[in-house]
Design a binder for this molecule. Structure first.
Ligand code: CO8
Length: 258
């Protein structure tokens, strides 16, 4: 499949999706998000894809939703189109892991897109922010909710009310990103993490992803009960037998996804 606003390549079980609107610092418009949804639809059903990496350019992961596309829209249009709703749900409901590899600006919808991914690896050049307040609006793809859960109320409130950006070191201290790497190693590090995931049992990977997500949606008791059930259920799969046998036999496991 070819795209105008994305460059997609799949190798070694990993689909690398590069946002590609350099003229607009990868601002998210309907075309880009439509193509991203299509690329995820394809990755979801492709058994060769075990993990996805979403990245941008050196200068920008994405500088937000496309202000030029949004500026003249009416409330009726936004509501009738459910503006960006379907694309956000597509990412939320994607069952395989998605890593955001962020260099440069991740602002507004760009920061929200990174937070929709399962974890964020940041280059030292990364800058995160929710500057929608400067435009007289709020974040619209979950920024007020996810940033607050990830970095806490005080920092989220300050960033959202003032529009202040956070650099990579602050983002790591605050727990927004899993780690920070030199800019020239960003793709290599993200692809290595993705390859590690791609080599695991895809069934166990999906269950682990679901369980960590549940930590944000359920009570502790419900989440722990769900985890125990899923742990028990994994004993129905060959991959559990293979993983434990390989450990005992001191060899690498060969997971089959069954
Ligand atoms: N939308 C459209 N175009 C953009 C955007 C954007 N978000 N960001 C940058 N661009 C364009 C610029 O207009 C410029 O184009 P041109 O050369 O044609 O004038 C080009 O990209 C380069 O940008 P700059 O010249 O401004 O580059 P600088 O290095 O001077 O500045 C910044 C970089 C600081 C990133 C600056 O471009 C900026 O502040 N951008 C806007 C950031 C922003 O406000 N983002 C939030 C947007 S709103 C949002 O994301 C809401 C999400 C919810 C969606 C709704 C779902 C329901």
């Amino acid at each position: 499949m070819s795209y105008e606003t994305l460059i997609v390549e799949t190798r070694d079980g990993v689909s690398l999706i590069r946002l590609n609107r350099p003229e607009a610092l990868n601002a998210l418009n309907s075309q880009l998000l439509g193509e991203l949804s299509g690329a995820l639809d394809a990755a979801e059903v492709d058994e060769a894809v075990r993990c996805v990496v979403i990245t941008g350019s050196e200068r920008a992961f994405a500088a937000g939703a496309d202000i030029k596309e949004m500026s003249t829209k009416t409330y009726a249009q936004m509501f009738a189109e459910d503006f960006f709703g379907a694309s956000a749900r597509r990412i939320e409901q994607f069952r395989k892991p998605i890593i955001a590899a962020v260099a440069g600006y991740a602002l507004g919808g760009g920061c929200e897109l990174a937070m929709l991914c399962d974890f964020i690896i940041a280059a030292e050049t990364a800058k995160f922010g929710q500057p929608e307040i400067n435009l007289g609006v709020t974040p619209g793809i979950g920024g007020t909710q996810r940033l607050t859960r990830f970095v806490g109320k005080s920092k989220a409130m300050e960033m959202i009310l003032t529009g202040r950006m956070m650099d990579a070191a602050e983002a790591e201290r605050a727990g927004l990103v899993s780690r920070v790497v030199p800019a020239d190693q960003l793709i290599g590090e993200a692809m290595a993490a993705a390859a590690k995931i791609a080599g695991q049992s895809p069934l166990a990977v999906m269950m682990n992803k679901e369980l960590v997500e549940a930590a944000y949606e359920t009570t502790l008791a419900t989440g722990v009960a769900m985890e125990r059930r899923m742990f028990h259920s994994l004993f129905a799969f060959d991959d559990q037998k293979e993983g434990m046998a390989a450990f005992i036999e001191k060899r690498k496991p060969a997971f089959k996804g069954s």
